[in-house]
Design a protein around this ligand. Sequence first.
Ligand code: C2O
Ligand code: CU
Length: 481
Amino acid sequence: MELNASARPFGRRRLLQFAYSAAVAGVIAPSGIFPARAGDHPRHALTAGAGRVRLVGTDYPETTVWAFDGQVPGPEIRVQQGDRLSVAVTNNLAEETTVHWHGVRVPNAMDGVPYLTQRPIGVGETFTYEFEVPDAGTYWYHPHQRSFEQVGRGLYGPLIIEEPEPIRVDRDVTWVLDDWRLLEDASISDDFGNMMDLSHNGRVGNTMTVNGQVLDAFPVRAGERIRLRLINAANARIFGLDFRDHHPMVVAIDGQPVEPHEPDGDRIVLAPAMRIDLVIDMAGTPGSRAPVVDDFYQDLAYRVVDLAYANEAPLRDHPLDAPIRLESNPLPEPVLSEAVRHEVVFTGGMMGMMSGAMMGGRMMDMRSMMRQGMAWAINGVVAGGHVMDPIFTLERGRTCIIAMANDTAWHHPMHLHGHSFRVLSRNGEPTRYRVWQDTVLLAPRERVEIAFVADNPGDWMFHCHILEHQAAGMMSVIRVA
Ligand code: C2O
Ligand code: CU
């Protein structure tokens, strides 16, 4: 029996009760790989395959996952800004795969999009990705082949690109957030790609993990300053984290530095694929506990984890007096006065009143679409795979403004490959920080304008990162030529 699909999203409480003891130990240290360095050329290897991990504590059996190097999340790859990174990916799955370096401005051939930028990595094959990392920040990697199932079963990992001179903190911590749809025996429910998930809000799970474990407490010390790198690796769940008595400062979004600021409404909203870097001064008292709560979905608030203060004396009396503003990355600044403008409209999904869309070159009504597992369209076209005609072609070096309109009843985190863009406006209102992002969340009916310089030649995916929406047609290609 399934714990729940969407009806009972927080049945996870029951799992949590039994998971405390196991979860406290050993979760925090990210599993860095320390590669042999050949000059500025760190070489890594990753193997995708089945593995068994303990997601929910010792009172439950291990969970069979698909994972990089048998661990969830996969190994944290850490390199320096400007390094040339090389990763040999071996496929020990029973199906083809690829790896996409989410948010990194890679050359097109290294982007990991099946058939569009490479032949998928066959069973038993190895493919080596090699590219320079131009921007410092928090990124992640995941397959782009049947990602709704491959990522959903645990294939993902953090990629941290360090600044030459990082800001001063006491600890640099990564939290990869995910949620899983588990059965009573902690196995993964295998109802991937069902029509309900495809046409509503995606595969929202019932068990939330931090770095691959249901977590009760995250040990902290009073007075310390932590840089917390949050990565949302979930298929569909949007997190809205409230740190309660703490005042985290947002210092980067999707890897890109932003003017340090307190989050709007004191809530960190993290849609699938997004990253947010926080700087948090641990201002609580020794021995105390402070909950971190996720209350994104109305009436479904739950506790993610407690910040658990050690009984030690505070590390310092006053918060560290050191700057937290990060150096900007070398992104080309959009020239709005010379920009070409394109409109992009999203339609479909339940309660969206879409009558039909173009599919495989012909007009299809919504009912026939759904019979083929399709539910969404971008500019009236349903994507049946990664290879398709571009929705538009951009002249290389030119600034592009994309005006997006979400004509659906659902949230969509829209991701553009190969570029970072500035978010200019929401519903016609200029944004406060014109933040650089690679994934921008649109609320139902929302309109968002973004701008970027199309400086990276190739065919680039532009798609929804709710992986069920992507699989059900919410994908397009933008060509830079
Ligand atoms: Cu994170 Cu096209 O993906
Ligand atoms: Cu979507």
